[in-house]
Design a binder for this molecule. Sequence first.
Ligand SMILES: [Ca+2]
Ligand SMILES: [Ca+2]
Ligand SMILES: [Cu+2]
Length: 400
Amino acid sequence: MKSADVSSSTRVVVFVPYLTGGLLALAALVWAIARDHNRPSDQGAAGASTLSALSALSALSAKDEVPKAIKAIEPPKLPTARDHAGMVWIPGGTFVMGSDELDSKPDERPAHLVRIDPFWLDETEVTNAQFRRFVEATGYRTIAERKPDWEELKKQLPPGTLQPPASTLVPGSLVFEPTDHPVPLDNHARWWAWVAGADWKHPTGPSSTIEGKDDHPVVQVAWVDAVAYAQWAGKRLPTEAEWEFAARGGDPNQKYVWGNDDISDDHPQANVWQGAFPYRNDARDGFSGTSPVRSFKPNAFGLYDMAGNVWEHCSDWYRHDTYLRRARGKLVENPTGPEDSFDPEEPFAAKRVVRGGSFLCNGCYCAGYRPTARMKTPPDTGHSHTGFRCALSSGVHWKK
Ligand SMILES: [Ca+2]
Ligand SMILES: [Ca+2]
Ligand SMILES: [Cu+2]
């Protein structure tokens, strides 16, 4: 995607309280271009039909017969001669993407067969130290650090919207702010605040710092910032399918990134939220916010924090019905996501996929640490709980 396609809709947040006088509503995050939602899906299934895949697929309706193995159709050759320091070789293969389990959300259904080529994936989330090297080398300024441009902004607002006072046209980003009492969990706006001066170096506002947090994941990076970093690093963002395959660690029988045990409050397997969301963070895992990468055990592929710590940007547009459109009896190969975005919860907001959950996730609220859980965010919006890791194509393909 060209960066010119990306609106600066984050800025609209600044004006929401101004326009409505009401609580900052995440629902108003993006008044982006209403898109054409009738495009074809991202079927990449041309000619993909091995016997094993077809028989596995036809068994998808019978729950017990859902294919339980990531199949090696023809083993790919290992790549050579390139520096992949800090990256893990992910073998790819055919797997069941999504979930029909009771705890899955509608946008995770139906489970369907996907095959992906081998690729490389960063062992950890991109850290503050790594992101700093990028900024020092390029002078890049993240979206949260840029002054909003009213001329751009007003294109995304209802016609006739008055220009807000210049004092509100300042850089900033979205910060999690715990409440001091129980609140209904039906509105994100109760615990997310627009904070002027919040950016990757000041994740929760101007007085916060990342000093001493070189090995923490960078946050307050929007999708476009992540793409800019990836391009500089000679990498790319993973697709949603690649990300999910990698999170499963090669064992589709495993319910979670770490195994089959449910998340434990006493011995947390990942940096998530213990206590009562969003007002009491017990931090029994040792971290109320981000944790240094590699603080928790890696998954079977050797990938760290594929559950929790920070949400991770993927390259795909988000649609709630991506899987529905796909699962029409064909094996999907190397899907790169739909051509456009649609989230019925916020029909005017174009969003990209984020995966893996964060230090804010708990079982009662979103359980976003499940490997199949999908979340979405506008491409120009940073959050204090969202970062990314990069992928690299291997040039090795599974034989059709
Ligand atoms: Ca925690
Ligand atoms: Ca993560
Ligand atoms: Cu969550």
